[in-house]
Design a protein. Structure first.
Length: 215
């Protein structure tokens, strides 16, 4: 794992530097996620864990009908940024500030839960996946995306260069450190099964794993 101190400065720098990547990253993930759910259903309760600036939350929300949005993060700075980002796109969010090992949300309450680019930063991914299970409704769907230790580093090296050109060296270096600390996607699939999900799929997607699970 790799630990970052999510200070106000790092949160703001992450937000501003990652923004140009939304169309290549968060938008594409949102499209993949929304394909797996009944997006015409109104009022789906959607939680994004470790939402950061809320970029995935907003991109998914744009593809849903009147979603009810919940943003979780361990950093209050990030939650405030996510709230502003959502507002700029016409969405209200409910904010939840806690460590992802103990999410302050009721059992069986969410229709959709996403968690992107968090697990490489935590000591106990198993605990987080069991928290995701706990807050998800029966029949609810979960999507986990993160750097895959199994992936070829060629794609990640290309992206590192792309990030350096489009953002800056610090963000590119953090990207590379985070990639190098990615978990094995197959192990994450097993952890997800062990948490109790009824159906779990693992899709290799470039340098990321994409775990799809149903409670
Ligand atoms: C790399 S950013 C990813 C943000 C967003 N999911 C995305 O893909 O753009 C990681 C986020 O995880 C949060 N985070 C890191 N460790 C955490 C923990 N133990 N509990 C809750 N949030 C955490 C950070 O505050 C940060 O917002």
């Amino acid at each position: 794992m790799i630990e970052y101190e999510w200070t106000q400065e790092l949160c703001e720098s992450y937000t501003n530097n990652i923004r140009p990547m939304i169309k290549h990253d968060h938008f594409n993930w949102a499209a993949k996620i929304v394909k797996q759910i009944n997006s015409s259903q109104e009022n789906l309760k959607y939680l994004d864990i470790a939402t950061g600036p809320g970029f995935l939350l907003v991109e998914v929300a744009k593809m849903l009908e009147k979603p009810v949005l919940f943003a979780h993060d361990g950093s209050k700075f990030m939650l405030n940024i996510a709230e502003k980002e959502a507002k700029n796109s016409g969405f209200e969010i409910q904010k939840f500030h806690s460590d992802a090992e103990k999410i302050n949300i009721e059992n069986n309450s969410m229709d959709i839960v996403t968690c992107k680019q968090l697990l490489h930063e935590v000591k106990s991914p198993e605990k987080i996946i069991s928290e995701i299970y706990r807050v998800c409704k029966p029949d609810g769907k979960v999507f986990i995306v993160d750097f895959d230790k199994n992936s070829s580093s060629i794609g990640a090296k290309l992206i590192k260069t792309f990030v350096k050109v489009n953002t800056n060296k610090q963000i590119a270096d953090n990207f590379w450190k985070s990639y190098k600390n990615g978990l094995d996607g197959k192990k994450v699939k097993q952890m997800t099964k062990d948490a109790g999900f009824s159906k779990v799929f693992y899709i290799k997607s470039g340098y990321n794993y994409f775990i799809l699970a149903k409670k």
